[in-house]
Design a binder for this molecule. Structure first.
Ligand code: UDP
Length: 245
């Protein structure tokens, strides 16, 4: 694993094999930690919010989620890094659970979505150890009931789909109490796994256009995706102004 930076925000050059080894080590040590899945929008959020940027700096791992980040690094510093979309982390950790018996807790999305996601994951990975799941519609300040439910099941891995940046901030604020060795925000991935949202077809994925596909499914994302324009403008500005942030 090697720490890099894109537009001043940390991202790690890390392979799936390394993520597996780091996770197993953290689980063996019972050391509470946060992994961040970093896409172009995450970079833009971090640039505007120093406390979010600091959280990313201090994370145990920062995994490249999007084609924008991977392409930006290739363009700016000719560095190739693996792109591991958040939605692929679900089968990745499910397989780890099957192989090593790790306990996984799923938190986030609407009740029907998280229930269907749990059923669908269990169908694909019959030997997974899902120790619990809860929907993500709770009061993030007064959330002692949610925390005790999670703690009672003592997960090794906590997948949180509340959306960025709230999911990572919630994890940071409650990490010591949750005491989960591997916790990671996966945004709207439960919506995809449950079948509520379709995954982008392969051609969109290969071209790095998942964002366009999601925008077609959820037109209200247009405004949020304006931040992507900002991201690409900054990449180009950086390239030609000589700045290597
Ligand atoms: N969500 C939630 N609780 C909330 C708000 C949102 O569980 O209070 C869920 C929502 O149902 C969706 C996910 O968080 O499943 C957010 O997905 P989005 O794609 O907006 O997040 P991103 O992947 O962009 O971080």
């Amino acid at each position: 694993m090697r720490k890099l930076s894109i537009l001043g925000v940390r991202v790690d050059n890390v392979s799936l094999e390394e993520i597996k080894n780091i996770s197993l080590r953290l689980i063996a040590e019972r050391r509470p930690s946060i992994f961040v899945s970093l896409g172009s929008l995450t970079v833009m959020l971090a640039r505007k919010d120093p406390s979010y940027k600091e959280l990313i700096d201090e994370a145990a791992l920062v995994i490249c989620d999007g084609a924008g980040v991977a392409g930006g690094l290739r363009y700016l510093v000719k560095e190739e890094i693996p792109r591991i979309p958040g939605v692929d982390l679900i089968p990745f950790f499910a397989k780890l659970s099957e192989e090593r018996g790790c306990k996984i807790f799923l938190l986030g999305a609407k009740e029907e979505v998280i229930t269907n996601a749990a059923v669908s994951i269990k169908k694909s990975f019959p030997n997974i150890n899902i120790c619990g799941y809860l929907n993500g519609y709770f009061d993030i300040i007064h959330c002692s009931a949610v925390i005790s439910t999670i703690k009672r099941t003592a997960p090794d891995i906590l997948l949180v789909g509340l959306g960025q940046p709230g999911q990572e901030k919630w994890l940071r604020d409650n990490l010591a109490e949750l005491a989960v060795p591997v916790s990671i925000g996966i945004g709207g991935s439960f919506d995809v796994i449950s079948g509520k949202l379709s995954r982008a077809p392969l051609v969109f994925r290969k071209l790095g256009l998942e964002w366009l596909f999601r925008m077609l499914l959820e037109p209200w994302r247009v405004r949020r995706n304006l931040a992507l324009v900002g991201f690409f403008s900054l990449i180009i500005k950086n390239k030609f102004m000589g700045g290597k942030e």
